[in-house]
Design a protein around this ligand. Structure first.
Ligand code: MN
Length: 264
């Protein structure tokens, strides 16, 4: 079933990521949505997602997209995501992909081939992007280990056909500008990872008062805060989690509020 892999990797009682509605494989218009999510997880990477047949086809691009046609950026094909995931920006508190997600670019895409499924099977998808940051003609090409040609990144040893290359075609939108450096912020909120984390924290604690309790999450959140501070080079004032029925108080993040056993 579509999205099975996506759902199996996540605990939606903990993560605010969308579980995804039932996938409807209705005929789609030629122009579909795309997004690139900048994801500060165990490592920073950029997730390119293309809407197709009711899901988001997804590739994790460690170095992010490049506007320079000479750059072949490794793009690891990962599991399909729900279409509504494309709007997700926020904190993944724990488990798979723990960290912060930013909507780095979004817009529409259209294939430059007649049959997307055939192009995917062949491992050569030509497409046009019309986002805020990424525009014009691109190619996603599957590579087999060392088959990507001179200068292509080496695929990991466990590569099982998941390694693709993301390449900009030469056109009026290509060039030497380092787009990830030049335009690092969210196109959804305008903020960087610090802003996103800070904005999401109150809702984060509210949504995690029930169920698991904040103890384990506080520790994992402390790690995320540290990662974000290090990446963005500025510090974050973090409010302590509020226990149900108690006022918010300042406390060390890693120290969870004491709770009576059985009160959840
Ligand atoms: Mn990711």
């Amino acid at each position: 079933m579509p999205l099975d892999k996506y759902r199996a990797k996540r605990d939606f009682t903990v993560s605010p990521e969308p579980a995804g509605a039932e996938v409807r494989r209705a005929p789609r218009p030629r122009k579909r949505v795309f997004c690139v999510q900048k994801h500060l997880a165990s490592r920073l990477h950029y997730d390119l997602r293309l809407e197709h047949d009711g899901v988001l086809l997804s590739w994790a691009v460690p170095k992010g997209p490049s506007l320079d046609p000479a750059d072949k950026r490794l793009a690891v094909h990962v599991e399909d995501h729900p279409v509504e995931y494309g709007e997700f920006e926020g904190i993944i508190p724990d488990g798979y992909g723990a960290g912060v997600v930013m909507v780095w670019d979004r817009g529409t895409w259209e294939p430059e081939v007649d049959d997307v499924d055939a192009a995917l099977a062949k491992g050569d998808l030509k497409l046009r992007l019309d986002g805020y940051k990424l525009k014009g003609s691109w190619a996603l090409v599957r590579t087999r280990g060392w088959g990507g040609g001179r200068g292509a990144p080496r695929a990991p040893a466990e590569d099982d056909g998941r390694s693709w290359l993301l390449i900009k075609h030469r056109d009026e939108w290509s060039g030497a500008l380092d787009i990830t450096e030049f335009a690092p912020m969210s196109v959804k909120s305008g903020g960087d990872f610090v802003d996103i984390l800070t904005a999401e924290l109150p809702a984060f604690w509210l949504s995690h008062r029930e169920g698991r309790g904040p103890a384990g999450l506080a520790a994992s959140l402390a790690q995320i805060v540290e990662k974000v501070e290090k990446y963005e080079g500025r510090s974050i004032a973090v409010p302590a989690p509020a226990a149900p029925g108690r006022p918010v108080r300042k406390a060390k993040l890693a120290r969870a509020p004491r709770r009576k056993p059985g009160t959840g």
